[in-house]
Write a protein that binds this ligand. Sequence first.
Ligand SMILES: Nc1ncnc2c1ncn2[C@@H]1O[C@H](COP(=O)(O)OP(=O)(O)OP(=O)(O)O)[C@@H](O)[C@H]1O
Length: 257
Amino acid sequence: MSEVLLSATNLVKRFGGLAAVNDVSIDLWRNRIHAVIGPNGAGKSTLTHLLSGDLPPTTGSVSIGGKDVTGWAPERISHQGLGRSYQKTNIFLPFTVWDNVRLAAQSREAQSPWNPLGWFSDTRRVATKSVATHARCERAIELSGLKDRRRAVASTISHGEQRQLEIAMTLATEPQVLLLDEPLAGMGVAEAERMVALLLLIKREHAMLLVEHDMDAVFALADRLTVMVNGQVIASGTPAEIRADAGVQAAYLGEEH
Ligand SMILES: Nc1ncnc2c1ncn2[C@@H]1O[C@H](COP(=O)(O)OP(=O)(O)OP(=O)(O)O)[C@@H](O)[C@H]1O
């Protein structure tokens, strides 16, 4: 059954005189992908930072699972059920796929701030203690399609597999809501197709916000779209509604979509 897992209301983020996000409201539903599109500088990344707690909003509110999380720190919001991937990779390249996922899973349990190098020396002891962590890692790796690559060192896997690994690391924290910032960036056609299939699989159990410039992927994936320009929402609706919106065509999409 579909339900709203994250609700953002009238979010505003000002940087000095610039309103990078200007009165944006968005609901994320379980089993639905909500894509946010718009030209460079539209405010898409800033919006995801507001939802994850990486930036506090100037005004407006965010709730997750019905709980008001406005102004909470990112770690606390993560514990409330939000997972996010970043445009800039968080992968530790000298470590294996499995170790990266395990570190991400353990970040969920740690009391101290995120310090992966410190934890790494301790991982063997923690892993044997924590059957639940192990199971979470197994599931995240399997779901993200990396089962056969678990022992590979992250620096040796392909770019597309590294993006799958980021998804696995996010899933290992068992989020209800996923914020994905350009998961297809830099991918070739075959890698992009694999990632689209993966995201369709993952969405069944999650609410997902997708920021992505690859419009073929966006229109293949999104159940709803929000179009931002200069910090403001100029349109929001189904893919068919967005395709037919003359204002969106003029401002962003052009003729091909
Ligand atoms: N920390 C900051 N301080 C000042 N201005 C900022 C800051 N972060 C973002 N901005 C500005 O806010 C606006 C929105 O930026 P944002 O990165 O959210 O856009 P975007 O839609 O994600 O762009 P892109 O598609 O290029 O990633 C831009 O004008 C940007 O320069």
